[in-house]
Write a protein of this length. Structure first.
Length: 356
């Protein structure tokens, strides 16, 4: 570690520190782009002037022009001779709803003053926030972050790689339980992909369930039900031929208890599909992960906070459930088969196939 102050390094260090603040502010501009439907409007009229975009979006030109200039500065929008267009890659990521890379929901809304205050208090008391305590926006953000990847990968790539699972789910009478279903993206997807199966989504958060119910109603599925509950209630919903747990285990105050509950509720020849973050176990190895500062920030405000939302919670955090740790946890509860699957385009998650 360096200890001596080097004045020559100061200007660059200050720039780097400002870049951190820049990320927060530009992220809020990106959020406005999604909320005001400027991305869709731009992709519909590009290359266009700020007047044309303002007209297409039904907004005031002076505000749209400043936003556009900010987007050019951020490298998201290109400009030439007074006309603006998304870069081709940003067009896919910000406007193509069917693509795995679709990501406008990642941008917000930003954390509220209340969440910052509550998190500062948690540093003193030790007790963090459940996902539900953040408010409505958190379950929408969570779902927006994972929806495109779940819709693109879960059935054709992940379940297709599970030995015999899709045949079992297509045959009549199979039961699928999505525990910690959040706003119900995967539960809806599974119910529509396997119409002969009965799908139950359970989550403790009424806010998340309200979003899940709205999503299910839109799809008009008669094989999907959504119920309030936690891992502790799994016995009521099993035995499951396919148990699904997507980005939940690292958030739980008592993850080992959850693994034990999963072991009890899985049918003897069933599959447990767990998706969790590609953490590597310690800071040194984690430093090789792209977007690591973002992940630790998510951990402090959401994942570790949730894992510490009960006194003496385990608090694994966003990166805390690496493959070796999960393998040990599931073998402790009598599972004998543990296979991590990787989806090439998914930088974030491992998908685990876990069986007795
Ligand atoms: C990060 S979100 C993931 C939601 C969803 N599976 C997805 O991929 O979008 C974690 C979810 O776990 C839920 N949860 C928290 N404690 C739980 C528990 N003890 N049992 C089951 N779910 C729980 C939260 O309410 C939240 O909806």
């Amino acid at each position: 570690m360096r200890t001596e102050f080097d004045p020559d390094r100061l200007p660059l260090a200050i720039l780097e520190l400002f870049r951190i603040k820049q990320g927060e502010m530009v992220s809020a501009l990106m959020h406005l782009g999604a909320r005001l439907e400027l991305w869709d409007a731009l992709s519909g009229c590009e290359p266009c002037t700020s007047d044309e975009l303002a007209e297409a979006a039904g907004l005031r030109e002076r505000w749209v022009r400043e936003w556009l200039h900010g987007m050019v500065a951020a490298g998201v929008v290109q400009h030439d001779d007074g006309r603006f267009a998304l870069t081709p890659e940003a067009r896919v990521a910000l406007t193509d709803r069917g693509h795995w890379a679709y990501m406008p929901g990642v941008y917000g809304p930003p954390l509220t003053h209340r969440e910052i205050e509550r998190t500062a208090e948690a540093f003193r008391t030790g007790v963090g926030m459940t996902w539900d305590e953040h408010g409505d926006h958190a379950c929408h953000m969570q779902c927006a972050m994972s929806a495109a990847r779940q819709e693109s990968f879960l059935v054709p790539e992940v379940l297709a790689a599970f030995d015999g699972a899709t045949d079992r789910l297509q045959a009549g009478g199979a039961r699928i339980v999505d525990v910690g279903c959040g706003s119900g993206v995967a539960a809806r997807l599974l119910a529509s992909s396997f119409p002969a199966a009965e799908v139950v989504g359970i989550d403790p958060s009424e806010r998340a369930l309200a979003a899940a119910r709205a999503r299910a109603q839109e799809a008009d599925l008669d094989n999907l039900t959504l119920e309030q509950g936690t891992f502790d209630d799994l016995d009521r919903f099993g035995p499951a031929d396919l148990l699904v747990t997507l980005d939940v285990l690292h958030d739980l105050p008592r993850p080992q208890q959850a693994v034990a509950a999963a072991a009890r509720s899985l049918a003897p020849d069933g599959w447990w599909l767990v998706a969790d973050i590609k953490g590597r176990g310690d800071l040194e190895s984690n430093l090789k992960i792209p977007l690591l500062p973002y992940m630790y920030a998510m951990s402090v405000f959401y994942c570790m906070s949730s894992g510490l939302s009960e006194p003496d919670g385990e608090g694994l955090g966003t990166l805390g459930l690496h493959p070796a740790r999960l393998e040990e946890m599931v073998r402790n509860e009598g599972f004998t088969r543990f296979t991590p699957h990787e989806v090439e385009q998914d930088p974030t998650n491992w998908y685990y196939e876990i069986r007795r």
